[in-house]
Design a protein around this ligand. Structure first.
Ligand SMILES: Nc1nc2c(ncn2[C@@H]2O[C@H](COP(=O)(O)OP(=O)(O)O)[C@@H](O)[C@H]2O)c(=O)[nH]1
Ligand SMILES: [Mg+2]
Ligand SMILES: [Zn+2]
Length: 285
């Protein structure tokens, strides 16, 4: 039987198939290969042994999860103040992994001006943007539409409102059964295992305790510009094929920044991330 691994506690894998959950084991060889939450597996119904992992569409190392289709980047207008550098890292990472991404600006009640500023930067790039006030359940319907038919991972700094949003979307029932609270009986936060919660057919949400952003260090610095979606077209105008888009004179990307076709904020963050990656590459041995 084929099913989806929705959680993993030490050597046990919980596999969902036909609306039921099976508690499965795996043979040593498969265990070594590492079955992760999100995997589609073949298992034997008689002994609940996983026999095969289907090829993954994608795989994220931290949080350890596979076959996701969308990263939902959450920021707040205020408290904490919007971290656009982190957002740009997340968006680049989503491009690198090859999944969709969406932007949620929460706490719109606290600073409407900031919301407009952020929208101005991202509206033409092509990412869906939803503005919400999770406290008053504003914008939740729109957010719901974006989550439909996706396996979603929420990312964003602590305090931006992820838990509140998820509560709005999925209601108390699911959140009580594990999602979001991640607290054991004594009220302590439990360890950081990813679980997938089925919201409806073809809609899941990854619960990723203690997680805020991805490890983007696997991205090669010289490929970074490809993962800034709106940089791709202008990069075709660069004079040199190996243009780094930093100091070169005849650089299509820099020209697009001057013409305001690329926002200054996105470009500055690109440079910061680029230098960071470059630095890590040079110190790797
Ligand atoms: N003013 C305002 N506060 C919010 C909103 N959404 C969440 N909060 C508050 O922000 C705090 C952090 O929210 P939480 O959901 O725990 O953030 P998380 O760390 O991202 O999960 C809580 O006190 C929420 O009540 C909002 O839209 N407006
Ligand atoms: Mg939370
Ligand atoms: Zn260039």
């Amino acid at each position: 039987m084929k099913g989806k691994v929705i959680s993993n506690i030490s050597n046990l894998y919980y596999v969902e198939a036909n609306d039921k959950t099976y508690e499965c084991n795996a043979r040593g060889k498969l265990k070594d290969e590492g079955i992760v939450v999100g995997d589609i597996v073949d298992f034997n119904e008689n002994d609940n042994i996983i026999e095969k992992i289907e090829n993954r569409i994608n795989y994220i190392k931290r949080p350890k999860v596979s076959n996701i289709t969308q990263i939902v980047c959450v920021l707040s207008a205020k408290h904490p103040k919007p971290d656009l550098l982190m957002l740009d890292k997340q968006l680049a990472y989503a491009e690198y992994v090859g999944v969709k991404s969406a932007i949620v600006i929460n706490k719109i009640d606290l600073d409407q001006k900031k919301v407009e500023e952020i929208k101005e930067i991202y509206k033409d790039i092509g990412y869906p943007i939803v503005t919400t006030n999770a406290k008053d359940k504003q914008g939740i319907e729109e957010l719901n539409k974006i989550l439909e038919n996706n396996i979603n991972v929420f990312a964003g700094n602590s305090g931006v409102g992820k838990s509140t949003l998820l509560n709005d979307i999925y209601g108390e029932e699911i959140t009580k059964s594990g999602l979001i609270s991640n607290k054991n009986k004594r009220g302590k936060n439990t360890t950081t295992n990813v679980s997938l919660y089925k919201i409806k057919e073809n809609e899941y949400i990854a619960d990723t305790p203690g997680f805020s952003t991805f490890d983007i260090s696997e991205i090669e610095s010289n490929k970074l510009a490809e993962y800034f979606k709106e940089f791709r077209e202008p990069a075709k105008e660069c004079e040199y094929a190996d243009c780094r888009h930093i100091k070169e004179e005849n650089c299509g990307i820099r020209k697009a920044v001057q013409k305001r076709e690329i926002s200054e904020s996105r470009y500055q963050n690109f440079i910061k991330i680029y230098e960071d990656l470059k630095d890590k590459e040079e110190h790797k041995w």
